[in-house]
Design a protein around this ligand. Structure first.
Ligand SMILES: [Zn+2]
Length: 320
């Protein structure tokens, strides 16, 4: 393998527990190392994102907190789901940014993620990780994968769907709406959300596989069979793909219905922002507290519930 001595030490501390015979990575590394490695990795990755303009300073601080907790209380798999979301969405948002500049003007926020956006994307998952540290069960991880898959699916759909040559259509009426409208969906965006959701599951699976390999090395005996890892991997990918896609669908639905929207008093477009064309906008519809961050949190929880359902089917039955 390609691990350095320090990483090998950290991964060797991984412990493993079993539910219905399936092996799952569980508790933290040796605590000091876990916190230290998690903090440094988060600091570096967040720092690169801050330097690239994908995070504001407050967003960087929030990202370091979320990343450190996921690594220390969870393990590499939890951390990897966050990083897979974070790095891929940062890269996508930079990609063809000139094409999307027009569309982004109507979003509530554009440019770097601030602390609120990082919290909206990271806090529900972090709470699951805390719960996992107190009452260990693989179902927490499956739910978490559903959350991150929903968040990632929504981001990929927005970034890639925004490049569609065809105008998006309202998820409610089916009528064409301007690119960047909340609740607008396109074929390209929908395909991107399915792939983006599955991407989180595949990332989790790869890290589970890598971590389990070093756990086996540490004890000198196989703690998990390849078949078990394969089955758990299929559960993770299915949970992510299905949970994440449904979460992104709920996101579009809320965006078209309950999300608060404003109308620009200058150009007349309906936007998420309280300012447009340099003037304050006027409230037109939605629930007052339902901003984009709230929509993200609620829809990602749908992703978690669906993923949990798939996890329960796996652990409570013998279908797989
Ligand atoms: Zn305007």
């Amino acid at each position: 393998m390609f691990w350095s001595q320090a990483e090998r030490f950290a991964f060797n501390e991984l412990s493993v527990f079993s539910l219905r015979g399936e092996t799952f990575l569980a508790s933290p590394l040796s605590p000091l190392w876990a916190w230290l490695v998690g903090f440094l990795c988060s600091l570096l990755i967040g720092g690169a994102a801050y330097w690239k303009g994908s995070l504001t300073r407050s967003g960087w601080v929030a990202a370091v907190a979320v990343g450190t907790l996921l690594f220390a209380l969870g393990n590499l798999v939890w951390f990897a789901c966050l990083i897979a979301f974070f790095v891929s969405s940062s890269v996508l948002s930079k990609w063809k940014r000139y094409v999307k500049r027009q569309a982004e003007a109507s979003y509530e926020k554009s440019g770097g993620r601030d602390a609120w956006q990082v919290a909206a994307n990271g806090l529900p998952g972090t709470l699951l990780c805390v719960a996992h540290a107190i009452w260990p069960s693989p179902l927490w991880l499956v739910s978490f994968v559903g959350i991150m898959a929903a968040v990632n699916a929504d981001t990929w759909a927005t970034e890639i769907g925004g490049l569609s040559r065809f105008r998006p259509r309202s998820i409610l009426s089916g009528k064409p709406v301007p690119t960047g409208t909340s609740g607008g969906v396109s074929l390209l965006g929908t395909a991107a959300s399915v792939v983006g959701a599955g991407f989180i599951g595949v990332s989790a699976w790869i890290c589970l596989y890598l971590s389990s390999g070093s756990a086996t090395d540490a004890t000198g005996m196989a703690q998990s069979s390849n078949l078990e890892l394969l089955k758990v991997g299929v559960v993770l990918v299915l949970s992510a793909a299905i949970g994440g896609t449904i979460g992104a669908f709920v996101d579009s639905l809320l965006g078209a219905t309950l999300q608060r929207m404003y109308r620009c008093t200058v150009c007349g477009s309906v936007v998420e922002r309280q300012q447009h064309c340099g003037k304050p906008t006027e409230f037109v519809r939605g629930i007052r507290w339902m901003n984009n961050d709230a929509v993200n949190i609620i829809s990602s929880l749908f992703g978690a519930v669906v993923a949990l359902g798939i996890g329960l089917i796996y652990y409570q039955t013998t279908i797989f």
